[in-house]
Structure formats: structure tokens, C-alpha cells
Design a protein around this ligand. Structure first.
Ligand SMILES: CC(=O)[C@@H](O)[C@H](O)COP(=O)(O)O
Ligand SMILES: NCC(=O)COP(=O)(O)O
Length: 250
């Protein structure tokens, strides 16, 4: 499929500003201030993940973000009834369904769309009816890509965590194999009519090759940017990521 492609969008995930805030139980640092700074630094969207255990983002954060942002909100959530009700109330620009396990430190794998296709097809229908673009956070696996298209998702977000971990561990051959999967699944998804996003664990030293995959139109990046903000400030940290993305895409 040949679709017009604009510049690669950057969604800044502010979950870990909320992690810091919650560490002391007060209101500092303020995720909304981070969202505003991200917009000023060139973010095309804000991503926030309301985990079932509320370890970072809280319900009130989602409703405030829904009303204050001038860029689209990408609301990440598990495919539960509770989260669906919140999304239907908030009506975010996009809902990204992610797998969740209480005990995990972070999102460990992709959603099993193929194994839960009938339920997910019914689950996403009302979200799409209220105007949310439905994205599925999946591993670079052909079975999952095909299932995402079959149930009528608008978007897939390819999980880049394995690629980033293998890079960090110096397992370069395995990293390259995982990268080839990301590249091939982006092309396959595009052919099936799905919009393609990617994210998780991306940093300055891993973003370039992913940003250069032509079918990918959006990257969602959080943890690294919030960490890097400690050293160089949030706006410069985001601006450097933006620069690297644009350089890779040129
Ligand atoms: C789905 C995803 O990749 C992000 O939401 C990421 O999970 C940030 O949140 P955690 O660090 O809590 O996993
Ligand atoms: N969906 C991925 C995301 O929002 C950001 O993940 P991370 O950069 O915080 O690992």
C-alpha cells in the first residue's frame, strides 16, 4: 500500500514523571508541566499508561490530560472493562491496548491478539465508535500483525523492547535479527492497511535504525527521555531525540 507519509511523529510518554511524583506522594514533579514542555520541545503527542495498579499515572491524570493537551493523547491501557469505561469517558485521540501483569517491572511482551481475537474485536468496536484510533501493542510477529488487521485495528505499535535490550547487552547478532523482524513486520502491517508505530526502551543509541524504517510513522518514547532530563533538562533531551529521528529519516 502506498500512503502519503508525513514526518515521523514523536509521542512523549510521561509515565515516569508520575513515577517520581508518586515516590513522595505529593504533586511534584508535575506530569502536566512535563507534557507542556514536551509540546514546546516538539512532541507531536503525549502518551500515558494508566496501569491497573496505578503505579504511575492516575485516573485524574488521564482526565486532566484529556482536557489540557493541544496535541493528541495516546492512552495506553490493558483491555479490561474498567479501562474501557475510562477511555469511553475520556475519548482520547488514540487508545493503545497493551498486555499487563501486576508483577512485571515494565511491559514485557506484546498483546496476544491472535489468541484473544474474538473478544478484542468486540472490545475495540465501542472505542472506535467514539472516535478513538485503536492501536495494539504487539511483538514483531506475523501472526499478531495479521490478527490485528483481521479484528479491525487502526494501528499497531511494534514493541522495540527486545531490540533495545539485546543492543544494551551487546548481543549484536540477535539484536540484528530482532531488528529485521521489526523492519519486516512494519512492511507487512503497512501492506495490510495498518498504520505502524513503534516504541519501548528506545534511547539515543537505538532510535536511528527504527526511525529509518519507512513505514513507521510514530515513535513513543518515555523512560529514557525522563532519565536523560535529569542531566540535560526535559526540553533539550526531547529536542535531541527529535534531531536524531529527523537525521535518520532524511
Ligand atoms: C506500553 C509501554 O511500553 C509503556 O507504557 C511502558 O510500559 C511505560 O510504562 P512501564 O514502564 O510502567 O511499563
Ligand atoms: N509504548 C511505548 C512507550 O510509550 C514508551 O516506552 P518507554 O520509552 O517508556 O520504554
Amino acid at each position: 500500500m502506498t500512503r502519503p507519509r508525513g514526518p515521523l511523529r514523536l509521542g512523549v510518554n510521561i509515565d515516569h514523571v508520575a513515577t517520581l511524583r508518586n515516590a513522595r506522594g505529593g504533586s511534584y514533579p508535575d506530569p502536566f508541566r512535563a507534557a507542556r514542555l514536551a509540546e514546546e520541545a516538539g512532541a507531536d503527542g503525549i502518551t500515558a499508561h494508566l496501569r491497573e495498579d496505578r503505579r504511575h499515572i492516575r485516573d485524574s491524570d488521564i482526565s486532566t490530560l484529556g482536557s489540557m493537551l493541544s496535541v493528541p493523547l495516546n492512552f495506553e491501557m490493558a483491555a479490561t472493562e474498567e479501562m474501557q469505561a475510562i477511555a469511553l469517558r475520556t475519548r482520547p485521540h488514540a487508545v493503545c491496548l497493551v498486555p499487563e501483569r501486576r508483577e512485571e517491572r515494565t511491559t514485557e511482551g506484546g498483546l496476544d491478539v491472535a489468541g484473544d481475537a474474538a473478544r478484542l474485536k468486540d472490545y475495540i468496536a465501542p472505542l472506535r465508535e467514539v472516535g478513538a484510533r485503536v492501536s495494539l501493542f504487539i511483538a514483531a510477529d506475523p501472526v499478531q500483525v495479521e490478527a490485528a488487521a483481521e479484528i479491525g485495528a487502526d494501528v499497531i505499535e511494534l514493541h522495540t523492547g527486545a531490540y533495545c535490550d539485546l543492543h544494551a547487552e551487546g548481543r549484536l547478532q540477535e539484536r540484528d535479527t530482532e531488528f529485521a523482524r521489526l523492519r519486516d513486520m512494519a512492511a507487512k502491517a503497512d501492506t495490510l492497511g495498518l498504520e505502524v508505530h513503534a516504541g519501548h526502551g528506545l534511547a539515543y543509541d537505538t532510535v536511528g535504525p527504527v526511525a529509518a524504517i519507512p513505514q513507521i510513522v510514530e515513535l513513543n518514547i518515555g523512560h529514557f527521555l525522563i532519565g536523560e532530563a535529569v542531566f540535560r533538562g526535559l526540553k533539550p533531551a526531547i529536542a535531541e531525540m527529535r534531531r536524531l529521528m529527523d537525521e535518520a529519516r532524511a
